[in-house]
Design a binder for this molecule. Sequence first.
Ligand code: SF4
Length: 372
Amino acid sequence: MSGRHIIDPWDSTLPSDYESLMVEFGVERMTDELLKRFPYKHRLLRRKVEFGHRDLHRILDALENGKLYAVMSGIKPTGEFHLGTFMTAEEIIFYHELSDRATAHYCIADLEAYADNGIPLDESHEIAISNVADLLALGLDHERAYIYKQSEEKNVMRLAFLSSTSVTFNILEAIYGQKHIKYYFSALVQVGDILLPQSDIFGGPKPVLVPVGIDQDPHIRLSRDIAKRLDLIPPSAVFHKLTRSLLGEEKMSKRNPMSMLTLADEPSLAAKKVWSTLTGGRGSAEEQRRLGGEPEKCVVFELMTNHFIEDDDELRNIYWECRTGKRLCGDCKSQLADLVSSFLEAHQRRKEGMMDLARSILEDRAGFHGRA
Ligand code: SF4
């Protein structure tokens, strides 16, 4: 691995070039041929926000042949869902709903929240309940899902320990760079999470899909390597482009609350944040009418593309109106602020109704959903 640069999953930096990352790390492209195999396509697929994958064909084969597969994802319970974690939640729900033979595994990474952010487990527990309520409100079918906390799932610890027997410091350093031992330990626990759906209690080896941001690829590479050594199926992954912060300077992260939109924001506050979001507009209205804007640089346009405008024709119109100077940034911000406010109002109402169920799933392990 010498000569490669390191992707740091714990860092907030945005990749400068997705293409070269794909080449360097052997990520496969999301081709039109692959897209044709989906019975229907999520907007993230149609718009190539999901731009790369590893072994997605395994999942599509299982889907086409009515075979079992699992979708695995999770959240670090350090705060409310922001648009980055919202994207991953949408993906797990989409790939889960594609087949009634698919199960979902959703990990509350409370150990990582402790290691990386110093949040004690009792504190992260209440955050986790809120996160799970968000996931349920977004539509995850919990009857076919296993939602758990890392710190309470012995099988994750068992798999993390088994994994540790087949890696050396050199391997971890080559993937993650020189890190404190807590990060290496967290990485092995995440391998345990990713391999959990293939353990005996869930029916043994099966294709597993992990939808993630490209920044999480180091965990995918490590998990695939260890899976082969443990006679399991190397997990597949789909990679999405990272959601930028509202000011566009780094990835959206809970480390910078003023530069993120969360699903718990007061709708009026969220609308205000939209009005201060980075655009690709020109210095004056006159200049913008003359030269057109630059939607490729615009975070407002990115939010519309990734989350808030479902209709492809409408999005295309916005793009061309911007490029040709027929649209000004105030038009977009006003439209997006309305869309975000209405979405949040409806979501927060649904979430309120899910809080008891979320608590019961985490505290009573209600039904132990998804076990074979
Ligand atoms: Fe972005 Fe809209 Fe301004 Fe174009 S007009 S740069 S899409 S906010």
